[in-house]
Structure formats: structure tokens, C-alpha cells
Write a protein that binds this ligand. Structure first.
Ligand code: SAH
Length: 251
């Protein structure tokens, strides 16, 4: 069924009017007709699926009637906030696209000690807007029930504070752990329960400074391993999400 994201706050008595770009898409691209059904997800991130039937088309709008609402079945049961150490050039584009496909819930770009890229002023804002639009396109493509939010770029300190207030557990994949046993990681992953929000911090190309890992541990974070090889920064979050997919979605 055709799926769109729309602002559902204007819904009244089970009726929704869709205008603008979505109207154009429904009428002129998909060439849909009254009587056809369409799935609408709210832009508020709640994840529910609203099934509507098209009732009529009037000047530049589609009028739809609500048929049913159902909980999303495509979202991971654990919310995942990715705190990504700012990587070089356009690697972040790739990280946003791939982690959205794999189920990330929110992305926070973080300036870390070893981040080479320093973005200032207008460029900073533009870059975040660009990542947000990549997230939106990836969410649509992979039929996500929500559009993951890309936050403003934070300092490491701000990021730690934000993670501690919004997530539990806070996990730090640390390559030094790769040489050690990963049984602690398995236990941490198995302890995750539906409804929880996990934060995961990934270092940039050069990895974390020891002091950054210490600060994270000091604020309650736990280090984890992503296996025995050193992964590139753009692979790390994907590996973590693959663990969660294995843990929660496979029979
Ligand atoms: N400093 C390292 C590479 C850093 S990799 C070096 O050049 O040798 C970038 C980030 O990916 C790390 O900071 C860490 O968060 C994550 N990472 C990569 N491989 C990992 C592994 N095997 N276990 C845990 N974290 C890993």
C-alpha cells in the first residue's frame, strides 16, 4: 500500500486533508482514485500506521477518511540514539543513510578530540539540514514508521549529558575491547528490553581519546566490543544495529 508521512494534527472527525507535494504525488504521480487506500504515518515520530481511504479530490487537496490505526511492526523495539564522532568529508552522509535503513531512531553528530572536520556557523546548520533530508529519504525508502531526527552537532560534553538524560544504557564501542573477551557485550545486549532507549557512541576515524572513554565511563556508560577486528568508523554503528536486528527481529 502507498505510504506517506503527513502532519496528522489537522485530522478532524476521522477526516484528513492532504495538500501540497503529497497531493500532487497522490493525484498526478500515483494516479490514485477515490476508494483507494493509503497508509499515512504521522511526522511526530509516534510510529503508528493510519490507514485512510481516499474519499474525494477537491481544489488542490485529497480528502481521506480514517479506516484504522495500527502499531508499527517495522520499528526495532529498542530505540537507538547514535552519537557519531564527526568523520571526514561526506562519510556522515553514508552513516546517516545506512543507520536509518537499519533502524536507528536518532542521530547526534558529535565533535570529538580526533574529529578532523570542524564546521562553523552557517555550514554547520546546512550540513545538519542535509543529513536530515538524507534521513528522510532513507526512512521512506526502507518503509520506516518514523523519520529519525538528526540533531544539531554537539560537543562531547554536551553529548554525554544528553545521552545520560535520554538513554539507558549508554554504550561505547571501544576497539581496545576487541582484544578482550566480548562476553560482557553479549550480556549487555541480552539485557536490553523492549521499550528501552540505548545510546551508542562511535569514535571518529582516529578513535576515542582515552580521556573521552574515561569521561563516558564516569557518567555511567559501558564499553562494548563489536568483534575482533577494527572496524572503520562508518561500519561501527551498522554492526551494532545488526546485533539488535539479530537480537529482536529474527525467528
Ligand atoms: N583508533 C582506531 C580506529 C578507530 S575505529 C585505529 O585507528 O586503530 C572508529 C570507531 O569505531 C572506534 O572509536 C569505535 O567506537 C568503533 N570500533 C571499531 N572497531 C571496533 C571494535 N572491534 N570494537 C568496538 N568498537 C569498535
Amino acid at each position: 500500500m502507498t505510504q506517506i508521512f503527513a502532519d496528522l494534527s489537522s485530522m478532524q472527525d476521522s477526516m484528513l486533508t492532504i495538500c501540497g507535494e503529497d497531493y500532487n504525488h497522490i493525484k498526478n504521480v500515483l494516479r490514485m482514485h477515490p476508494g483507494e487506500k493509503l497508509t499515512v504515518r504521522g511526522t511526530d515520530g509516534s510510529g503508528e500506521e493510519y490507514v485512510f481511504e481516499i474519499v474525494s479530490f477537491s481544489d488542490n487537496q485529497v480528502n481521506c477518511r480514517l479506516l484504522s490505526v495500527k502499531e508499527s511492526e517495522v520499528e526495532l523495539p529498542v530505540r537507538v540514539m547514535l552519537f557519531q564522532g564527526l568523520p571526514k568529508a561526506d562519510k556522515m552522509d553514508f552513516i546517516v543513510q545506512k543507520t536509518v535503513e537499519m533502524g536507528v531512531t536518532e542521530i547526534v553528530p558529535v565533535e570529538m578530540h580526533r574529529s578532523i572536520v570542524k564546521l562553523a556557523g552557517d555550514k554547520r546548520r546546512k550540513r545538519v539540514e542535509r543529513w536530515q533530508s538524507i534521513a528522510e529519504a532513507a526512512a521512506k525508502q526502507s518503509r520506516r514508521a518514523i523519520i529519525p531526527q538528526v540533531h544539531e552537532i554537539m560537543t562531547y560534553k554536551e553529548a554525554l549529558r544528553f545521552a545520560a538524560s535520554a538513554a539507558d544504557p549508554v554504550l561505547v564501542p571501544y576497539e581496545v575491547m576487541a582484544e578482550q573477551s566480548s562476553s560482557g557485550t553479549r550480556t549487555l545486549l541480552e539485557a536490553l528490553k523492549p521499550g528501552q532507549t540505548a545510546a551508542v557512541f562511535v569514535g571518529p576515524e582516529g578513535g576515542f581519546e582515552g580521556s573521552e572513554v574515561d569521561a563516558a565511563i564516569g557518567s555511567g556508560a559501558k564499553t562494548i566490543s563489536l568483534g575482533r577486528r577494527i572496524l572503520r568508523t562508518e561500519t561501527a554503528a551498522m554492526a551494532f544495529l545488526a546485533f539488535l536486528i539479530y537480537r529482536f527481529e529474527l525467528d
